[in-house]
Design a protein around this ligand. Structure first.
Ligand SMILES: O=C(O)CCC(=O)C(=O)O
Length: 291
């Protein structure tokens, strides 16, 4: 792992473009170890769903998405709260402290279709545009296995548009002057690199035309002090954060800096299983917590 501050050149590139690849932020050895832990978690979370790719929804054909792994997967938690990743996120957001919004594995299987264009922040209930995602691949990423492409500067364009990638084809790029006839920068990455993008950066990803799954873990951070908007989301609905209040709870703990660098404890499990969270996992955690 590269225990160094980001350079001024890197932070100003992020401010300009809305995305940044940080080469070698993690050591290859830890990427391999965390990759195996996330593989096990994805296997556990998706075991109940044997549908082949062609039987899944259009959205599900882009990737297997497993949310909030830090909560019930103790071997994944140190990755989501990795000090090098959290510190870089805080530097990019130009803030003293960042909280986690949620984490998720995004596994684009062999034959997985493209990821449709979208901005992330319209899916979240965070009012201020002070959010950043760390996209952590577990193998080298090329265009042929699903590299992500970003529209440079789109986070500064004023566009903040909910795109229905769940049931439709994503952001209609021709519909907005901010995105019409603009080209995406596709970012290839090596093992150990972390690619950051701002919550308002328009992005998409290539399909996976290789025989191997493209495995990535992502962690979404927001600047401490951000407040709740009207949109509904488990990260604020579960702890009951009121509209306009600062988003602070055991579900969105400070990710960086942490006292002693330790990850936080697991929060109380949800009453209802989250989407993509099999009931069995929630029950297992209920039993574990009450033991
Ligand atoms: O991994 C992908 O295919 C897309 C990534 C993405 O949309 C995200 O991290 O917000």
């Amino acid at each position: 792992m590269r225990d160094e501050e980001l350079t001024d050149e890197q932070t100003s590139r992020f401010r300009r473009d809305g995305f940044l690849r940080v080469p070698g932020l993690l050591a290859e050895e830890e990427v391999d170890r965390f990759g195996e832990a996330v593989d096990r978690a994805v296997e556990e979370r998706t075991r109940h769903d044997p549908r082949p790719l062609e039987k899944r929804s259009r959205y599900e054909q882009s990737f297997r998405q497993c949310l909030n792994l830090w909560e019930d997967q103790p071997e994944v938690r140190p990755l989501s709260f990795h000090p090098c990743v959290g510190r870089a996120a805080a530097a990019l957001l130009e803030t003293e402290a960042v909280r986690i919004w949620h984490d998720q594995a995004l596994y684009k299987e062999s034959g997985g279709r493209e990821t449709d264009p979208h901005q992330d922040q319209p899916y979240w209930s965070i009012a201020e545009p002070r959010t950043v995602t760390a996209w952590i691949p577990f193998q080298p990423v090329r265009q042929k296995n699903g590299a992500v492409g970003y529209l440079p500067g789109s986070h500064r364009s004023g566009l903040r548009e909910f795109a229905n990638i769940f049931g439709s084809t994503g952001l209609d790029l021709d519909a907005f002057p901010e995105t019409r006839n603009k080209s995406f920068d596709y970012v290839e990455a090596e093992k150990g690199d972390v690619v950051f993008h701002h919550g308002l950066t328009v992005h998409r990803a290539y399909p996976n035309t290789t025989a191997e799954t493209r495995r990535a873990h992502t962690v979404i951070f927001f600047a401490d002090g951000c407040t709740r908007s009207a949109f509904r989301h488990p990260s604020v609905d579960r702890p009951g954060i009121p509209l306009g209040a600062a988003i602070e709870s055991e579900l969105t703990p400070i990710a960086w800096p942490r006292p002693d660098g330790d990850p936080p404890p697991a929060p109380r499990p949800p009453r209802q299983p989250l989407p993509g969270w099999p009931a069995s996992a929630a029950e297992k955690r209920q039993k574990g917590n009450s033991a």
